[in-house]
Ligand binder design. Structure first.
Ligand SMILES: Nc1nc2c(ncn2[C@@H]2O[C@H](COP(=O)(O)OP(=O)(O)OP(=O)(O)O)[C@@H](O)[C@H]2O)c(=O)[nH]1
Ligand SMILES: [Mg+2]
Length: 462
């Protein structure tokens, strides 16, 4: 599919975000790009050099009225983002002007681009593979430093290199099996067989390790759904406010203040938490509070991570234990709050529910213990510092994880086939399927439906 893509239509879009801004960038790609610029530009571009900024006015071809003073640049195929002739126009920003220039370009023969069309063309023209093209949207939509690092790694080709290395290793085995097919009357030499067996087992182990990185990768990309829970008045809303660094939730000394839940995003040491402050959990006959308690319990079920808050200035009571009992099999930490007061809590009483290393003392009131808390949160979710100088590669896309899992399953079937001495054709077929699934990730094996799905998630102009 790659390298043979010749589109005769020329597309245009505003590539910058809409609204008031100093500059807007309009991008045109396709065979007619330069011809269109000539129609609407006051400066003679024949004599201008490629890849230089050209100063001039955008002028309506009909009435010769100038719309704006701009800079434009020409990038001829194949040395451009899309691999086609590309023109970029840098106009003034704002709500009206860029759209008027867009209309003028469209009237002059370009089609308004759909989401991700520029990047799709870059892929189809072989400027990048599919995994790299997918990373572009992740760069734009990254919500955290950690997410951005992963997207940049993927764009640089780190994921593609890893997939290609898996492919090379499987291809070695495939070549051996194909060679055996040419001499069907002979059995596979036992030494060769053992060697193939060991090789595929090693690849399977490595595939498995890599597939497992998705658990962390999805958290890095999408954030962690985190419930703040506890009995009333322990300081849950105060803790939310501390982490958000703003007075978002109402705090009061009256137990049962929070009724509805409050959800906010926060960036903790490069990791995105979707924090939910919930109503204090206790038995109550009051109807509205009861609804809040039910909501809190359902938020516990939905969350991937739980911050359980205790009031350190009081002893643990049956209400605390009642909440703890709701948290079985959850990834939790215990926050002993109000450490600025006289501590009366005996934390040994909760060791059955939370290990000592997952307990942190803070004062949500004066911020004491804030960094310890942040460190405990990221450690408990990721297990290590994810922002460092040589970041590891994680799988962040479910599509990639599924293709890798399919490749794993076929290679595993190959391993059984070789153990059970099944036919060489079956072995060859399983290896071919494993290779095809890996090829799906980088886009060697693809189809229009898949491409449509991937690029529809993009913004227009990219
Ligand atoms: N001294 C001290 N008081 C605190 C601290 N954190 C919270 N408080 C006080 O404890 C009371 C309850 O705080 P909230 O944050 O509303 O507690 P909550 O757990 O959200 O309570 P509900 O919404 O009723 O379940 C308020 O009077 C806070 O000012 C702390 O670290 N130290
Ligand atoms: Mg509250």
């Amino acid at each position: 599919m790659k390298n043979d893509y010749l589109s005769d239509d020329t597309i245009v879009a505003i590539s910058t975000a809409e609204g008031e801004g100093g500059i807007a960038v309009l991008r045109i790609s396709g065979q007619k790009s330069i011809q269109i610029l000539k129609k609407i530009f006051s400066t003679d571009i024949d004599s201008s050099k490629e890849r230089k900024l050209i100063y001039g006015k955008i002028v309506s071809p009909d009435n010769k009225i100038p719309l704006d003073t701009v800079l434009a640049t020409i990038m001829k195929a194949p040395q451009s983002y899309t691999g086609e002739d590309v023109v970029e126009i840098y106009s003034h920003g704002g709500h009206i002007l860029p759209k008027r220039i867009l209309q003028l370009i469209s009237d002059s023969g370009a089609r308004i681009a759909g989401p991700g069309e520029f990047t799709k063309r870059a892929f189809l023209n072989g400027k990048m593979d599919l995994a790299q093209a997918e990373s572009v949207i992740n760069i734009i939509s990254a919500q955290s430093e950690a997410g951005l690092i992963q997207a940049e790694l993927q764009l640089s080709g780190a994921l593609s290199d890893k997939i290609n290395a898996f492919k090379d290793n499987i291809l070695d085995i495939y070549a051996e099996i194909e060679a055996q097919i040419d001499f069907p009357e002979e059995d596979i030499d036992p030494i060769v067989k053992k060697n193939l067996h060991n090789k595929s087992q090693l690849i399977l182990n490595n595939l498995n390790l890599f597939i497992d990185t998705y658990n962390t990768g999805k958290v890095i990309k999408n954030g962690v759904y985190t419930a703040i829970v506890g009995k009333p008045n322990v300081g849950k809303s105060s803790l939310l406010n501390l982490l958000l660094k703003e007075d978002r939730a109402i705090v009061s000394p009256i137990p049962g203040t929070t009724r509805d839940y409050i959800e906010e995003r926060v960036n903790i040491n490069g990791l995105i938490l979707r924090l939910i402050d919930t109503a204090g959990i206790r038995s109550t006959s009051e109807n509205i509070e009861k609804l809040g308690v039910d909501l809190a319990l359902s938020k516990i079920r939905q969350s991937n991570f739980v911050i359980m808050v205790f009031d350190g200035s009081h002893e643990i009571d049956e209400n605390d234990i009642k909440v703890l009992k709701q948290l079985k099999n959850k990834n939790i930490i215990a926050v002993i709050n109000k450490k600025d007061l006289n501590l009366k809590i005996n934390i040994k009483e909760i060791y059955n529910y939370v290990v000592e290393e997952k307990i942190v003392y803070i004062s949500a009131k004066n911020g004491d213990g804030y960094s310890d808390l942040c460190e405990l949160i990221t450690d408990s979710i990721i297990g290590k510092n994810i922002i460092n100088e040589s970041p590891e590669l994680y799988l962040t896309e479910v599509r990639h994880k599924n293709s890798l899992t399919n490749a794993y399953n076929h290679l595993n079937r190959f391993l059984s086939a070789i153990t059970l001495e099944e036919s060489l054709e079956i072995m060859s077929m399983e290896l071919r399927s494993a290779l095809d699934f890996l090829g799906e990730i980088t886009g060697e094996v693809t189809n229009e439906d898949l491409l449509g799905k991937i690029f529809s998630k993009f913004c227009i102009g990219k």
